[in-house]
Design a protein around this ligand. Sequence first.
Ligand SMILES: CC(C)(COP(=O)(O)OP(=O)(O)OC[C@H]1O[C@@H](n2cnc3c(N)ncnc32)[C@H](O)[C@@H]1OP(=O)(O)O)[C@@H](O)C(=O)NCCC(=O)NCCS
Length: 201
Amino acid sequence: MIPAIDFAAPSRLAPLPPPSRERFARPHVLLTASGEHVHTRDGRQLRLRAIEPGDVAAMQRCFTRLSPEDIRRRFLHAMSELPTPMAQRLCRIDPAVETAFVLMDESVHPAEMRGVGRIYVDDTTRSAEFSVLVEQAWSRRGLGALLMKRLVDDCRRRGLAELWGYVLMENRPMLELCRELGFRTAMLPDEPGIAQITLAL
Ligand SMILES: CC(C)(COP(=O)(O)OP(=O)(O)OC[C@H]1O[C@@H](n2cnc3c(N)ncnc32)[C@H](O)[C@@H]1OP(=O)(O)O)[C@@H](O)C(=O)NCCC(=O)NCCS
């Protein structure tokens, strides 16, 4: 049973700044009761839905397909495996303070996780920290941007003031994506090589 997500909830604040090259028009997205059906321009199909506790095995398989570079860019340090307790924790979210969307490839059996985007909310600062990941074989199809847009929508639905994340300065794809979405970038004085990117909502 897939939890209902109010994808259609209107944004309470101003829309995102207009993206260059009409990024969000690229994957075709169709809203259904079971999530969103996403069609990439090159004919691939995915389902975007809320993460579920039963996604642990798919998440661990996804981890094995990541390059060491992708892992470092996502977790900001090297990891050789995704331990089951950590995967369980990542899949069993507390909806009061977390949102996580997955992009599931149901053209294969078992279904494979091709992307994940999540936020952790800090109520005291009315902000949320995000992370996002798209498997390399599925990158450059607008899926990272789609996940980020859903996270921004969710932050606005929650009435938050700011969405932020840490990004390695070498991570040009993510910095470029965030620049196009209107995030501002600041260096961290105590963490050379890491930028904090922030979007005022
Ligand atoms: C960063 C990441 C999420 C981008 O996902 P994606 O699905 O490829 O992103 P999109 O297809 O939506 O691309 C959006 C834009 O980002 C930029 N971008 C993406 N990949 C790029 C690359 N390899 N080189 C340069 N720019 C790139 C481009 O501006 C791109 O737009 P374009 O394709 O129209 O040129 C993905 O590469 C990833 O998961 N990386 C590893 C984990 C990570 O770095 N997470 C971020 C820190 S939490």
